[in-house]
Design a protein around this ligand. Sequence first.
Ligand SMILES: [Zn+2]
Length: 395
Amino acid sequence: MKNLQTGDQTLVKTMNKSIILKLIADKGPVSRAQISKVTGLNKATVSTQALELINDNFVYEIGVGKSSGGRKPVMIYFNNLAGYSIGIDLGVNYILGVLTDLSGNIIEEITKPLNGINFDYIIKNIISTIENLIHMAPDSPYGIVGIGIGVPGIVDKNGNILFAPNLKWTQINVKKIIEDTFNIPTRIENEANAGAYGEQLYGAGKNIDNIIYISIGIGIGAGIMINNTLYTGSSGISGEIGHLSIEANGIKCSCGNRGCWELYASESVLLSEVEKHQALTDEDGKNIESIINEARNGNIKVLQILNTIGEYIGIGLTNIINTFNPETIIIGNRMAQFANWLTNPIEHMLEERLSTYHKNNTQIYFSELGNYSCALGASYFSISNFFSNKKLTVI
Ligand SMILES: [Zn+2]
């Protein structure tokens, strides 16, 4: 066999190290013998690379595992506490920040309501949320490895927010502001893309290759995962599905179009319809939580509003299912909290409007991570960047 060049050898070593770390992260605790058996790498290679990973603090060995006889093997664990990551979900009317370990477990969280869309006001709140989460992080070898921020707008491949219609932001480089403030690598993503990642890794999309995550908050966006890969379009800005027209002569939208889906099927419609029809018995608490309570108590006006919104959600989903033929659609973000009342009108619309073939081949789920899909997905993006800069993968 031809001798490998030094460069090739380094590459092979790095690849082996990455394979071993991923196995430990997925299946750990595992013994060196098990790693060797599963990966096909010889024991000397496994030992060398495991030692490097121990020295890097990415894994540690502890105790003894089961053995069929003889000396009990030492087991190797993934060190999910070697560092922490911050995920921010920037809604239009709230910020949710999570501090996660390197396995995506939530360690701390902060939610703040936002009462305006002024840029300086929102940035100040994002920065203070991040500051608080950094202070809450336990000591660790790598500290905060990255910050991920999911935003309700179009984000290009360099992390520039090109257009966020509901925040009325254009051409804003939030990545630079956050990196200059904290000196921590930061990734900005569209919130629906981050949510799609979160759900596929940790939630309703686990082990499903083709999912479309529909984020229904103040606006509507979609994260499209095809064969486990996020489809972002030629310039990284696909998925602006809330601006698909569903009423030809409908209401004028801030995006320039008319009759956009999100003007009929989003949280903003719910809030404005509740206001317009004076639907709440307790006028003091006009927020999502009080609307949920009134729906639970059978408030007929609230139930009718939710039913109409559910029908409009169903109409939009019909277009998406006809276009993509996904295995699964996951409805997430704040409107997912109304799953109990939206499921029937959605199903009814799909029943009425989709061909049987499409209907029978698409599962509709509500997000399993509830309000956390985007924040967890954003945090995961940072974890993934951190490891890929070291030529390693864990997920
Ligand atoms: Zn629009």
